[in-house]
Design a protein. Structure first.
Ligand code: AMP
Length: 557
């Protein structure tokens, strides 16, 4: 067990095993079972490349031996920031074969976040691509390495920089001479990987997921989504995120022996022809994608009749759009309300229309203990809105090395506070809002506090409050209310350039700036965020109405 991991108490672990939730197999073994069952079945498709289960297994074994040769050892942590690709899958499972724990960074993360993950996890290696979307990850890695004493190696997919290792060469290499090296056998209770929280404070926290809990997470969510050997899944959102990785995602596909097709991007021009060509049966999408796809002229020009399920996750989709999904794509809509910390709540494919089109589903496991509570932690009756707290066989008991954050994030008896305002009716959940100061930009979670800290570093800012503003495509975007320093004339463009210079993920950077003289304050002296949210929502609505004559998204300051 690694230090800083909070295990499930023994009596819970025993109960989860007894109930058959934990089957004591590792993620690697889960995949090996499918390799043995049908080696010739296609596991992965990317562009013109098709990889069978047997070939995938061979690639993983060969790379694991290379990693072992490079000195990677059980419980070592590494930060993995690779784009969606066949290599992503091979690297992930090869690391796990060595008992190495990957921290799953997203492609959008930049120096500030990656440096933090490496230092916080004492990572010994960082895995990246040479360049992506015009950004040079190798140069960033060199800068980070200078400030991260634990970091021994940088593995680069593509052309490595000076002193960096070529991941591509390792992938292409023959099995090393010491091919018989004994790779370790792993405890299924060990931490397999770490996901990132969409946390409210500071930089994302690390969520340690064990083999046992994550194998169950995949299997249970995939069975609720009707996965089987005939599933052809389109991976279009970042695979490093829990939703596309395992909820049910690509690992859910591997659990049942289906095929994963990797899309180069999320545009209708790429996605629709690919869906037709590969006869996609299920796609896990999110609001911005769904809105774009529904609005595309291309919808209707391709044969998408293979599609059985279109899933939405990350943020709630409105009933109207769910209805349009079912009509326009001639498929079943499935809502997935979940979190990297654990709980997954999904509507069922055979639910009546009112549930499919309005609810946030119900928990995927009978072992999920759900409570809806008021501010004092008292259980609320059905139908009343309160905070959702949860405990269960795949909801973690704590963040990695974060004892103080854990006190705030959990009740003393181990329920995780989701931070969502939810009501429950006949076992179905309905997300009604949020209690945490978090912005949900099309599924990407942004901590208001984190962005405020960056904005405050600007010399022209005296005080700042960051809130969500409504957006038709992303659901929410970031708006910064700023009290400027006397004489400072801050503009949105200048603020954005300044924040980009702080090397944070682009999706966190405010897309609207409101300069104010003061903030509305509660009698207790707290900034009334709700009032600011309402103010910007009204402004956005006014600008959208043609009568206003204003340009949408313009800076009001
Ligand atoms: P993350 O762990 O980053 O995926 O964020 C989890 C949070 O995303 C949840 O606590 C919710 O606030 C939000 N969320 C995810 N899926 C949904 C959904 N289908 N409906 C409403 N909120 C969602």
């Amino acid at each position: 067990m690694i230090e800083g991991f909070v295990p499930w108490p023994d009596e819970f672990a025993r109960a989860y095993r007894a109930a058959g939730y934990w089957q004591d197999i590792s993620l690697g073994e889960m995949l090996e079972r499918r390799i043995d069952a049908h080696p010739d079945k296609i596991a992965l498709v990317q562009d013109d490349r098709r990889v069978s289960y047997a070939q995938l297994g061979e690639k993983i074994d060969a790379l694991a031996l290379q990693f072992w040769d490079c000195g990677l050892r059980p419980t070592d942590r590494v930060v993995m920031q690779l784009p969606n690709s066949i290599e992503f899958v091979v690297v992930f499972f090869a690391l796990l074969r060595c008992g190495v724990i990957p921290v799953m960074a997203l492609p959008a993360h930049r120096r500030t976040e990656i440096g933090h993950f490496i230092r916080h996890a004492d990572a010994v290696a960082y895995f990246c691509v040479d360049r992506g979307r015009g950004f040079d990850f190798r140069a960033m890695a060199t800068e980070i390495a200078a400030e991260a004493p634990s970091l021994r190696d940088v593995f680069v997919l593509g052309e490595p920089g000076p002193g960096q290792r070529s991941l591509s060469a390792l992938l292409a290499a023959e099995t090393p001479a010491n091919g018989s090296a004994q790779l370790p056998s792993l405890s299924p209770d060990a931490v397999a990987l770490m996901l990132l929280s969409g946390g409210t404070t500071g930089i994302p926290k690390l969520i340690p997921r064990t083999h046992n809990d994550y194998v169950y997470n995949c299997r249970q969510s995939a069975s609720v989504a009707g996965f089987d050997e005939t599933t052809v899944f389109l991976a279009v959102l970042p695979m490093a995120h829990n939703y596309t990785l395992a909820s049910p995602g690509i690992f859910g596909v591997f659990t049942f022996g289906g095929t994963v097709v990797i899309a180069a991007d999320a545009t209708p021009e790429t996605v629709f022809p690919l869906m037709e060509r590969e006869k996609i049966t299920l796609v896990s999408a999110a609001i911005p994608l769904i809105v774009n796809w529904l609005n595309s002229d291309l919808l209707g020009r391709y044969d998408l009749s293979s599609l059985r399920v279109l899933m939405n996750g990350g943020a709630k989709l409105t009933t109207e759009l769910r209805r349009r999904v079912e009509q326009r794509f001639a498929c079943t809509y499935q809502e997935c309300f979940g979190t990297g910390e654990g709980l997954l709540s999904m509507s069922r494919l055979d639910d009546p229309e009112d549930l499919r089109l309005a609810s946030s589903g119900r928990p995927v496991s009978p072992g999920d203990e759900i409570r809806i509570v008021d501010e004092r932690g008292r259980d609320l009756p059905d139908g009343e809105v309160g905070e959702l707290i949860v405990r269960g066989p795949y909801t973690v008991r704590g963040y990695y090395k974060a004892p103080e954050a854990n006190i705030a994030a959990y009740t003393p008896d181990g329920f995780y506070r989701m931070g969502d305002a939810v009501r429950r009716v006949d076992g179905n959940l309905y997300v009604e809002g949020r209690l945490k100061d978090l912005i949900n930009r099309g599924g990407e979670k942004i901590s208001c506090e984190e962005v405020e800290n960056h904005v405050l570093a600007h010399a022209g800012v005296r005080s700042v409050c960051v809130v969500a503003m409504p957006d038709t495509v992303f659901g929410e975007k970031v708006c910064a209310f700023v009290i400027a320093q006397p004489g400072a004339a801050l503009k949105l463009d200048e603020l954005r350039t300044f924040l980009l210079g702080r090397q944070i993920a682009k999706f966190k950077i405010p897309e609207r700036l409101e300069i104010v003289d003061e903030f509305p304050i509660s009698p207790a002296g707290k900034i009334l965020r709700r009032e600011l949210r309402q103010r910007v929502a009204e402004a956005v609505a006014r600008e959208k109405s043609p009568a206003s004559g204003a340009m949408p998204g313009q800076q009001s300051a």
